[in-house]
Design a protein around this ligand. Structure first.
Ligand code: MRU
Length: 357
């Protein structure tokens, strides 16, 4: 596989996250709440702005929020240095605070746990530098992870003409390329005729706004459909495979991802369509035996009742708005990780691939 070509395509996209400056610098994010209409950046000059950016989905997607939180610790140290406050205390407080920004994607906690180790180990003199270097290392590691997922997953799409994805598990959800879309980008290099169906992904439209934007920008043919159209598409024989990302995967392979993923897996099974989950090892939660214990974020009712400022639900109605659902391992054909493919998906194979045993 020609990985140079894959790199060229992904790099036509603006960076999802950038650190600007030195140890007193700031985190710059492409503002995903504004895409695809406006390409504008949101600068995080304080830990509060970083928390707000994660909570409001300025930056979103499991790997990206882990990277953003890691840089958020550097932002907090920069602020403490300017205010001549205790930088270590500020960094530890920032870690605790950023951990409250979103509950489901375990990559957030994975990154913050690593930052805590560095904060506790570094001397006063080296603290700011070591924390920034660690955040940059987490960012760089994710680039390699995304590339490895693409390389491992592309062969699974051999001969596929139409692939369906849900939400955005692409370059916008990670350092670059993403997880599910890394597989699609790598497969597209081998099969340029590959076409992607992007579920709109209610209520916040990550599929229609973000996946369609980045695939179109990368030269991948993409069609947007409303979430409730996927079953009829599969019934018509128009989907060869489904590839999605994940926010947290339990030790048995049960996988939490954007709400609407679970029904897609049921429909795929009914129609004999392979259903793949692509995720880095950092998305596995070794402490959970199965998906029942995965915390599911409940978001503001107005995201459903007043999406993008327009009222679409009747006054007086109650609103149900979980951000994620859990797909049982038995419905997942394979999990594509940076360490290889888990198939069939069960606790023993998860442990073997990601080194739990
Ligand atoms: O609420 P979001 O937009 O952060 O949800 C993102 C997803 O569900 C993605 O599919 C998941 O994080 C994988 S990203 C590589």
């Amino acid at each position: 596989m020609n990985s140079e070509l894959v790199k060229t395509k992904a790099s036509t996209l603006p960076p999802t996250l950038q650190w600007v400056g030195g140890i007193d610098g700031f985190l710059r994010l492409i503002d995903q709440t504004k895409l695809p209409v406006e390409e504008v950046y949101f600068d995080c000059n304080s830990v509060e702005q970083t928390h707000d950016a994660i909570y409001r989905l300025v930056v979103r997607g499991a790997p990206a929020i882990g990277i953003a939180a890691a840089y958020g610790v550097s932002v907090a140290i920069g602020t403490a240095m300017k205010e001549q406050a205790d930088a270590r205390k500020a960094a530890l407080a920032a870690i605790d605070y950023l951990a409250t920004s979103r509950p489901t994607a375990v990559n957030l906690f994975w990154a913050l746990d690593q930052m805590r180790v560095v904060v506790n180990e570094a001397t006063d003199q080296e603290l700011a530098d070591r924390v920034l270097q660690k955040a940059k290392a987490i960012h760089e590691q994710d680039r390699q992870t995304c590339a490895a997922i693409g390389q491992h997953g592309a062969p699974l799409l051999n001969g596929c003409r139409n692939v369906l994805t849900h939400c955005n598990a692409g370059a916008l959800a990670a350092s670059e390329k993403g997880t599910a879309l890394a597989v699609i980008y790598a497969a597209h290099e081998l099969q340029p005729e590959l076409h992607v169906y992007a579920d709109e992904t209610r209520p916040l439209l990550q599929g229609a706004r973000l996946t369609a934007w980045e695939l179109a920008r990368s030269g991948v043919d993409v069609t947007v459909l409303c979430d409730n159209m996927a079953a009829s598409l599969m019934q018509a024989g128009k989907v060869d495979a489904v590839v999605v990302g994940a926010d947290r995967i339990a030790a048995n392979g049960d996988a939490a991802n954007k709400i609407g993923t679970y029904p897609l897996a049921i429909v795929a099974r009914h129609h004999g369509v392979p259903f793949y989950v692509a995720a880095p090892v950092s998305t596995f939660d070794r402490t959970l035996a199965d998906g029942a214990g995965i915390p599911i974020e409940q978001r503001d009712a107005r995201e459903v009742s007043h999406p993008y400022g327009t009222q679409t639900a009747a006054d007086g109605a109650n609103i149900y708005n979980p951000a994620f659902d859990v797909t049982p391992a038995e419905l997942i054909t394979a999990i594509i990780t940076d360490q290889g493919i888990i198939q069939p998906v069960n606790a023993a194979n998860v442990a073997k691939t990601i080194g739990l045993s």
